[in-house]
Design a protein around this ligand. Structure first.
Ligand code: NDP
Ligand code: 8X3
Length: 257
């Protein structure tokens, strides 16, 4: 129970890494503020967590692209919920896989608005709570795609390069306020990620992980938890993690099946 009485705010908690983080943090006794667009998934997760763990959960619908909703919902959190100890900026997505000259501009806007602007909006309104309490931890989901561009990854990679920059910037801007900042940069994690990228094409999504043992949401939640449970004077600046079979964004060793 390393996080008893701590409050963790997770964006994009309805699936994949965000959902795995919610469960991992609940196991450690943390109270959870969960948000995403799909309330049915969030409600299911909330029920499940409340049955299994003695923690409080406050779940609400939030599209991180909606600046007004971000501002309004964070500023009007019930008073018992506005001491946020840890923010996990996880909501994000890749949409499409094509060269820039063939790119779908709506897909670009969705990635930029979610991965970059959404992360900024949420951070903008959570940081003042942390600064006031002179304590906090911001954990951003970056990616190996934020370190290495890969073919057809263009705009997604650019948003994740931006997340890296913002992790560094938040660290600098909050240094005097005892706030920790961690950038988590995974390689291939099998979640709904590829299904979203390929717009529901399950077969194509499955092929991304063919012939390897990919990471899963629990593997990443484990590392997020590691970063969040170091002694208070220890800041994990970044964790880059890939499956054993992945050496870089473009080099993956696949077994023939
Ligand atoms: P999933 O697709 O499984 O989950 C994405 C989550 O983000 C969902 O809960 C979704 O919820 C939420 N989300 C998407 N758009 C929005 C939005 N506009 N507002 C609020 N929530 C949103 O993918 P992952 O769990 O894999 O991805 C989580 C994060 O990890 C992303 O930032 C991704 O870029 C990053 N990442 C993923 C890797 C991978 O290989 N899977 C590797 C490296 C980084 P809902 O649809 O209900 O809103
Ligand atoms: C997700 C990992 O390599 O599919 O950020 O872009 S990758």
């Amino acid at each position: 129970m390393r996080l008893k009485n701590k409050t963790v705010f997770i964006t994009g908690a309805s699936a994949g890494i965000g959902k795995a983080c919610a469960i991992a943090f609940a196991k450690e006794g943390a109270n959870l503020i969960l948000s995403a667009r799909r309330m049915d998934k969030l409600n299911e997760l909330t029920e499940d967590i409340k049955k299994k763990f003695e923690v409080k959960v406050f779940a609400f619908e939030l599209d991180v692209r909606n600046l007004y909703k971000v501002k309004q919902s964070i500023s009007s959190l019930p008073s018992e919920w506005n001491k946020i100890d840890i923010l996990i900026n996880n909501a994000g997505l890749a949409k499409g896989f094509s060269k820039i000259n063939d790119g779908n501009i709506e897909d670009w806007e969705e990635m930029i608005d979610t991965n970059l602007k959404g992360l900024l909006y949420v951070t903008r309104y959570v940081l003042p709570f942390m600064i006031k309490q002179n304590e906090g931890h911001v954990i951003n989901l970056g990616s190996i795609a934020g370190h290495q561009v890969y073919p057809y990854g263009n705009v997604y990679c650019a948003t994740k390069f931006a997340v890296n920059s913002l992790s560094e910037a938040i660290r600098m801007d909050t240094l005097e306020h005892n706030i920790r900042v961690t950038n988590i940069a995974p390689g291939l994690v099998e979640t709904e990620f590829s299904e979203v990228r390929f717009k529901g094409d399950k077969e194509r999504a499955k092929n991304v992980y063919k012939g390897i043992t990919p990471l899963d949401g629990d593997d990443i939640a484990d590392l997020v938890l590691f970063a969040a449970t170091r002694k208070s004077h220890v800041n994990i600046n970044e964790i880059i993690v890939t499956p054993t079979a992945q050496a870089s964004a473009t080099q993956v060793h696949r077994k023939d099946s």
